[in-house]
Ligand binder design. Structure first.
Ligand code: HEM
Length: 522
């Protein structure tokens, strides 16, 4: 059962908030399925799926090495990874990459998102992949290799002959062979030339359907890897036929094709090194709070500002126009207060967001102040249906939504000075620590983005630094500050503020330097 906060909150947002009032646009690049960022010949959805496969292809299931680990970032100079698909894919994914979302998790989510956006099946998504830090072995199948080589490559990765046929068919339902990458196959090397696996007469190549299978069985295929003029590069013909077409006949049933692809692509993205433990399947979270501000204000009270995201997808029996949300909370000692904090539904963009798998969410915003002498320890979310009076209380799997007011990150008193000195900018992070804990260590954990030659994604290194206690006191709190230099070209990054150590740790997670880049450093 989901408990807030979770280390997968960020990736769940990437997955579930594609468009609307609060959105991150993860599916914009594959919506519609044919979309190619207005570059002739490009189809992002096809590129994402191909990138997922090429990264996984060198998995060794028995040895527990390789797989979906983004090692392909280091393997782009190889002739088995021809084309701009890989850099295009990671170029888009880099917008979402951070310490809470590895390149490999984002790539797996890209496969899931592209497949679904193209009318394909719903592939369950798990997170937790760890990125490789160097290239893996060679061995991505090439079209001019024989079928024994391909069969054994798939077998090493944990896929039998029938799995191989299905995986290739499920991949080659999108996109095609590009003239710039394989002119010897297309016979035309121009930028815009694509010989689609499912032919040029329909837009099937932008639809996750089984035309690649039925056209092959009907001997009516234009697939350049089946009907190409040079049999040497007709790898799909050899792969599809290797079991006497048994698997292809099964895949000719549309429902079987969809369910088989869901299974084989899920296994493809979950082929990970044995050192990786994947999370449970990430399902949409029903009630999810977001803190906007939890800090001391100039009046000496605590600003308590945030949002509640309520799932209103089909089947929830919730109607955005007939919902009211309020919070109640317990003070620092755990005693319930009688205060009701009303959350209001914003009207901009209907105050709703939508995401993968047709999920919909409605937003409710609250802004109040709390007495710093009594504080807060947890809150409950109440959802009522005004038309019927029905009321429900959400308690975060039993214990309420926890908040710890022993440390308050002061975003308004933190800043990133835009002046660049010797390639660096001055970062100041401020936090108030409650009097009873001021003797504990306060640490800034800042993510440094370290550029890597020829690799789109920088390495992420966490640098820790201890805060200094200042002489500023307010409302039973003492101000702490950490100052450090941040390389200007990678200034846009994230940090955590941590009070105490071990079991006593209180963390304010995932704050961003971009949120303080307009603040004036005083
Ligand atoms: C024997 C195995 C395979 C071989 C030899 C092979 C070969 C190829 C070749 C030559 C291309 C053209 C690339 C270009 O022109 O840039 C291609 C494209 C593609 N492949 Fe494969 N492939 C194999 C398996 C797979 C699998 C298992 C998947 C995914 C599950 C997949 C997904 C794709 C996709 C989506 C494209 C279209 C890319 C685009 O249009 O930009 N392939 N493949």
């Amino acid at each position: 059962e989901y408990v807030w906060p979770s280390k997968y909150d960020y990736i769940e947002d990437v997955m579930m908030l594609h468009s609307g009032y609060i959105h991150n646009g993860f599916s914009d690049a594959v919506n519609p399925c044919s979309f190619g960022t207005n570059v002739a010949g490009r189809q992002n959805a096809a590129e994402w799926v191909r990138t997922g496969y090429h990264d996984m292809a060198t998995h060794d299931a028995a040895a527990g090495t390789g797989g979906l680990d983004a090692s392909i970032l280091f393997e782009l100079d190889r002739d088995e990874n021809v084309g701009s698909a890989f850099n295009n894919t990671f170029g888009f994914l880099s917008n979402y990459y951070n310490i809470r979302a590895s390149s490999s998790d984002l790539l797996a989510l890209a496969v899931v998102t592209a497949t679904y956006r193209c009318n394909g099946p719903k592939i369950p998504f798990r997170a937790g992949r760890i990125d490789a830090t160097e290239a893996g072995p060679l061995g991505v199948p090439k079209p001019d290799e024989d079928v024994e080589t391909h069969t054994s490559r798939f077998a090493t990765a944990g896929f039998n002959t029938s799995d191989m046929i299905a995986m290739v068919a499920c991949g080659h339902t999108l996109g095609g062979v590009h003239g710039v990458d394989f002119p010897e196959i297309t016979g035309n090397s121009s930028e815009a030339q694509v010989s689609f696996f499912e032919g040029s007469s329909s837009d099937s190549s932008a639809d996750f359907d089984n035309a690649v299978v039925t056209q092959y069985l009907d001997n009516a295929t234009e697939n350049p890897l089946v009907a190409g003029g040079n049999d040497t590069t007709n790898s799909d013909k050899r792969v599809f036929g290797v079991d006497g077409n048994t698997t292809m006949h099964a895949l000719a049933d549309p429902a079987t094709f969809q369910s088989t692809c869901a299974d084989i692509l899920e296994r493809m993205i979950n082929a990970v090194p044995s050192s990786v433990t994947l999370s449970e399947v990430i399902d949409p979270i029903d009630i999810k709070p977001y803190m906007t501000t939890f800090a001391l204000n100039s009046n000496g009270t605590i600003d308590f500002v945030g949002r509640i995201r309520v799932r209103v997808s089909d089947g929830t029996n919730r109607n955005t126009n007939d919902l009211a949300v309020h919070l109640t909370y317990a003070d620092r000692d755990g005693t319930n207060t009688t205060t009701t904090i009303t959350a209001t539904h914003p009207s901009f963009q209907g105050g709703t967001s939508s995401g993968l798998f047709r999920e919909n969410f409605s937003w409710y915003e609250f802004a109040t102040v709390l007495d710093p002498s009594t504080g807060i320890s947890k809150f409950h979310v109440h959802i009522t249906t005004p038309s019927t009076g029905a009321a429900q209380v959400f308690d975060n799997a039993g214990n309420g939504f926890p908040l710890d007011d022993s440390i308050l990150y002061q975003q308004s008193q933190s800043c990133l000075d835009p002046t660049i000195v010797d390639g660096n900018m001055n970062l100041t992070v401020s936090a108030f620590v409650r009097n009873d804990r001021i003797d504990e260590v306060v640490t800034l954990n800042l993510v440094h983005k370290v550029p890597r030659q020829g690799v789109i994604m920088p390495a992420l290194e966490v640098h820790s630094q201890v805060f200094d206690k200042t002489s500023t006191e307010k409302s039973g709190y003492v101000l702490f500050q950490a100052k450090r230099l941040l390389p200007s070209e990678t200034w846009n990054t994230a940090f955590d503020v941590v009070l105490g150590e071990g079991d006593n740790e209180t963390i304010v997670e995932n704050q961003s330097t971009s949120a303080i880049s307009d603040n004036i450093c005083s």
